[in-house]
Write a protein that binds this ligand. Structure first.
Ligand code: PEP
Ligand code: MG
Length: 755
């Protein structure tokens, strides 16, 4: 069964469109479980119906015509209940409904299994038998497993179909991609698809001007690879078994054969660049092998893919370097857009980001917000390879991207972009005014930063300090750890620009979803692994170099605070403080006039929140990192789009812990700040204001909006709201009430920002 299952899924994946996928499913399932009929119904949510999309066994004329309301008949019931229905004698079941058009009256055995993706029923897979038949538990699990796999493929097939239509320029409507998270804002521009150096399937198509040069480039890569394979085979004579060496020889044969090389050259002649031509050819050949019945030959498709990959790597070494031209309005798109890919685009050209994977608190999302670039993450199974050069609109407010918007839609986006610019223009007068409520309660609005570009912008944006300087961003921009001297120059510049406002420099926080390219960490569970202060304490040489650099910068200014990330126990803090003292005394010995900095810790691990009283005795301030605190309290990976719906800092448990930490800090007379994303979200910031936090640190794009909110709402009213919602049981209710409150106070303009 497992083999059959794999086969079917592979076939579906290679289908060109949903109807081809459905036709494949029905005939293969019918044969696999020896049943008389197999059909697929797909959900049409606009009309609340299931449509018969494919059948093997019912009248073909019924396809596309038979429509069942959710809940209607056994198939509608399976969709409504979102669970399998397996009955021996269908006509005897109270929900049975006879549909004449299908010619199904003589069928008795029935099983309907819903295809579900992200809690949504995408359709129902149905098998029927002329005689009475109860499908066995094994058959039922087979269909359930298959339905779960198909749910993913069907979505992919739908998108592929739409994209194919774009390719042929027959698309009448624009294609919308729904994300699960975003960075606010609107952008319109040209798609630039980025892909990791190793992903063959993700390479985009791209037009070229000089096919002859491109062909020569490809031929050279083939020759180099061939020579390499021969060398490898020779060298491996003593190390590899003859079977393994035969594989290398087979690769060489494949490369020498006409099909792969000529196929690619033909595509290059037709105008595609070498990597795109190679991808198309390799996938075509791999598909032929995948479809073979002989298991040995089927396996060879993996070899072809592997060989294609090797050739691609060769081609890319040069291509990556010469290919760094970005259009004026770049919309960066990719399977998983990375921090370094984003940083590679000149900021003035970057108008938006669309990433197939990722969520709102992944670091690339934080960076997008920091740079005020609209972005949409988690758009699902999109093959970005087809999108290079197309016009794309990114709407971070509705979490949607629109591929090739039609003329009317395009006008609408341009209008909204202009309106947005007007709103932010309208808030400019708040820049130099304090964040003070009408009844006189003040708090500080600070910036989250980490780059030169945004630190210069921060100085003129109306913030009264930098509440979180993510020092690791500089580490990402290099190909080695920056040394003490190099770091000291960076930190000095930051302190000088912000002087006299305070600057909180956070020590290196890598690991988790932020592995450094030159310091790879491979772990099963990176967020629970070696990250943040844990790495710093285990690499005291690197840590002390950073601390010394910070202290040296601080020796000339009086605005330095140092912040330790990911503290989870008192011992860690004591060790970090010890290393800080050692760095200080070393510098004093070197004759540097070190000024003792203010020292704080991030509260982002639940254990630290519950040991807050003890920790507070050792530090000058705390900063609550609600991004990680939410992830660890709710056990929801902040980067996993599958569980993004569960990630909510307004969850009553998160609010409760944040309030507890704020109260304990106030009782100890220590300032408390919030530097997670929730500080820049109006509804959340309103509740944090009510808790009495000393400062909110956020990306620059949110500063004026949050100042507007603070200056519009009396502190007493915010406190009353907090008292009301803190007993609510669910995040959604809290958000709804807080948003309604903002609306009542004339702040509906802020609400588009959303979660
Ligand atoms: C946080 O966890 O809330 C935080 C600000 O740190 P980072 O997002 O950089 O992990
Ligand atoms: Mg964090």
């Amino acid at each position: 069964m497992l083999d059959i299952l794999r086969r079917i899924v592979q076939d579906i994946n290679s289908a060109r469109d949903p109807s081809e996928a459905c036709n494949l499913i029905v005939s293969e399932v019918k044969a696999a479980i020896h049943t008389d009929v197999c059909s697929v119904y797909l959900s049409d949510y606009i009309r609340g119906e299931l449509v018969l999309m494919a059948t093997d066994g019912l009248r073909p004329s019924a396809v596309g015509k038979v429509r069942l309301k959710f809940g209607q008949g056994l198939t509608g019931l399976a969709a409504l209940r979102a669970e399998p229905i397996n009955v021996e004698d269908a006509p005897a079941h109270p929900a049975f409904r006879y549909v004449a058009a299908t010619g199904e009256s003589p069928f008795h055995g029935y099983i309907g299994v819903p295809m579900i993706r992200r809690r949504r029923v995408l359709g129902v897979l149905v098998a029927q038998q002329r005689e009475q038949r109860k499908y066995t538990a094994d058959e039922e699990s087979f269909l359930v497993t298959l339905a779960a796999q198909l749910a993913g493929c069907i979505n992919q097939a739908e998108i592929r179909q739409a994209l194919d239509r774009i390719g042929n320029n027959v698309l009448s409507a624009s294609l919308f991609l729904e994300g699960v998270a975003s960075a606010p804002g609107l952008g319109l521009g040209e798609a630039v698809v980025v892909f990791p150096a190793t992903a063959l399937a993700q390479v985009p198509d791209k037009g070229i001007e000089d096919p002859a040069a491109e062909a020569a480039h490809f031929r050279q890569a083939v020759a180099l690879e061939l020579a390499e394979l021969q060398r490898l085979s020779e060298r491996m004579r003593l190390l590899l078994s003859p079977g393994d060496r035969a594989l290398l020889d087979a690769y060489a044969l494949l490369l020498g054969s006409d099909s792969l090389v000529n196929g690619t050259l033909e595509r290059i002649q037709a105008g595609n660049w070498a990597p795109g031509a190679l991808r198309a050819t390799v996938l075509e050949y791999a598909d032929i092998f995948t479809e073979m019945d002989d298991p040995y030959l089927r396996e060879r498709s993996a070899d072809i893919l592997d060989l294609g990959q090797r050739l691609l790597n060769r081609l890319q070494v040069e291509q990556q370097v010469v290919d760094r031209q970005y259009p004026e309005n770049t919309i960066l798109m990719g399977e998983e857009v990375s921090v370094s890919q984003l940083l590679d685009v000149p900021p003035e050209k970057l108008k938006g980001v669309v990433s197939v994977r990722g969520t709102g608190t992944s670091h690339v999302a934080l960076l997008a917000r920091g740079l005020a670039v609209p972005a949409v993450f988690g758009v699902g199974n999109l093959p970005p390879g087809r999108l290079n050069g197309r016009e794309v609109a990114v709407d971070g407010y509705t979490m949607r991207a629109c591929i090739q918007p039609g003329p009317a839609l395009r006008q609408e986006y341009l209008k909204l972009i202009a309106e947005e610019a007007k709103l932010s223009q309208g808030l400019q007068h708040l820049r130099d005014l304090p964040a003070e409520t009408p009844d006189g309660h003040r708090l500080q609005v600070h910036a989250n930063s980490g780059l030169f570009a945004d630190i210069a912008a921060a100085r003129n944006s109306g913030v009264e300090g930098v509440g979180l300087y993510r020092s690791e961003l500089h580490f990402f921009l290099r190909d080695h750890f920056p040394g003490e001297e190099e770091q000291a120059i960076i930190y000095t510049r930051v302190l000088r620009i912000m002087e006299p406002y305070p600057v909180v420099l956070r020590t290196l926080d890598v690991g988790g979803d932020k592995p450094l390219p030159y310091f790879p960490i491979s772990e099963q569970n990176p967020f629970l692994g070696w990250r943040g202060i844990r790495i710093s304490l285990d690499q005291p040489d690197l840590f002390k170099a950073q601390l010394r650099a910070m202290l040296r910068a601080g020796s000339a200014y009086s605005n330095l605070s140092i912040l330790f990330p990911m503290i989870s126990s008192v011992g860690e803090l004591d060790d970090a403080l010890d290393l800080l003292r050692r760095a200080q005394s070393e510098l004093l010995e070197d004759g540097v006039q070190v000024k003792p900095p203010r020292v704080g810790i991030m509260i982002e691990v639940p254990s630290a929140a519950y040991q807050i009283d003890t920790l507070l005795r050792r530090v000058d301030f705390v900063s609550i990192g609600t991004n990680d605190l939410t992830q660890y309290l709710l056990a929801v990976d902040r980067n996993n789009d599958r569980v993004a719906k569960l990630y909510d800092p307004l969850h009553p448990a998160v609010l409760g812990v944040v309030r507890y930490v704020v109260e304990r800090s106030q009782a100890a007379g220590r300032p408390v700040s919030i530097c997670g994303e929730m500080a820049g979200d109006p509804a959340s910031a309103l509740l944090l204001l009510a808790m009495g936090v000393d400062s909110l640190s956020m990306n620059l794009g949110s500063v004026l909006k949050i100042k507007w909110m603070v200056r519009s709402i009396p502190y007493a009213a915010a406190q009353a709201l907090l008292a009301e919602v803190i007993v609510f049981e669910q995040a959604a209710a809290i958000r709804e009430r807080a948003n309604a409150f903002l609306d009542q106070h004339g702040l509906s303009g802020l609400l588009r920002v959303g979660k």
